[in-house]
Design a protein around this ligand. Structure first.
Ligand code: AP5
Length: 215
């Protein structure tokens, strides 16, 4: 199963990708997580990506395409994978098609999580992440069992720097100008499935599963 999850910032791509990873035992590949890890480690990639992320801009296509090309060669991707946050431009989508064609792979389905802007902003402003293991929470919709403490590793929670209001506005702008056209791109290939991402987490997961298992 080779799945791409599309959607605006805060639409729930990561949340649903983690659910599918658990369900199908295939890797969840998040370019946002890869880039944040590189920033934390202070690698060359991290130094290059840092200011783009901080300003809510996409990192250059050339940088991210090479990373995905390398990651998809991993043996754990043979049975399938879930791409979260990639592709984000038509150039990235074309590159993905070429990378997969060389491996004799094809995307099975592209899920687009549709969520209103008002809900996106509420989700992003309330998101908290674990300082230790990066698990995601939401102060209102997905709170930890103990206040501001990670359920998995007991570390404290923090807010992502790019979840501050002015950066969120820029991320949404980047999504509208550079990424949203991918829905048409994949619709023309007969791969796109629209999901109502505005419902509760479990209800969205249910719709995602029934869509994936309908075939
Ligand atoms: P990235 O980390 O990919 O950020 P994003 O796309 O903006 O997505 P988010 O992680 O903010 O949201 P999500 O849709 O995963 O929602 P989540 O499940 O977390 O990218 C960050 C940056 O890296 C980019 O700005 C760019 O600079 C760079 N980058 C990454 N990929 C790139 C690429 N391919 N090319 C170029 N640059 C790239 O949920 C959000 C919150 O809502 C959580 O708190 C969650 O608990 C809650 N929630 C989720 N679902 C629900 C629900 N159904 N109901 C209620 N609450 C919910």
């Amino acid at each position: 199963m080779r799945i791409v999850i599309l959607g605006a910032p805060g639409s729930g791509k990561g949340t649903q990708a983690r659910f599918l990873e658990e369900r199908y035992k295939i890797p969840h590949i998040s370019t946002g997580d890869i880039l944040r890890e590189a920033v934390t480690q202070g690698t060359e990639l991290g130094r290059e990506a840092k200011s783009y992320i901080a300003n809510g801009k996409l990192v250059p296509d050339s940088v991210i395409i090479d990373i995905i090309a390398e990651r998809l060669k991993g043996v754990d991707c043979k049975r399938g994978f879930i791409l979260d946050g990639f592709p984000r431009t038509v150039t990235q989508a074309d590159a993905l098609q070429n990378i997969l064609a060389k491996m004799d792979f094809k995307i099975n389905m592209v899920l687009n999580l549709k969520v209103s802007e008002k809900t996106l902003i509420r989700r992003l402003s309330g998101r908290r992440v674990c300082k230790g293991c990066s698990a995601n929470y939401h102060v209102e919709f997905q709170p930890p069992q103990i206040f501001e403490t990670c359920d998995y590793c007991n570390e404290g929670l923090t807010q992502r720097d790019d979840d501050k209001e002015e950066v969120v506005r820029q991320r949404l702008k980047e999504y509208l100008t550079k990424t949203s056209s991918l829905c048409v791109y994949y619709k023309n290939q007969g791969l796109l499935e629209e999901i109502d991402g505005g419902k509760e987490i479990l209800k969205v997961s249910k719709e995602v599963l029934s869509t994936l298992e309908r075939e």
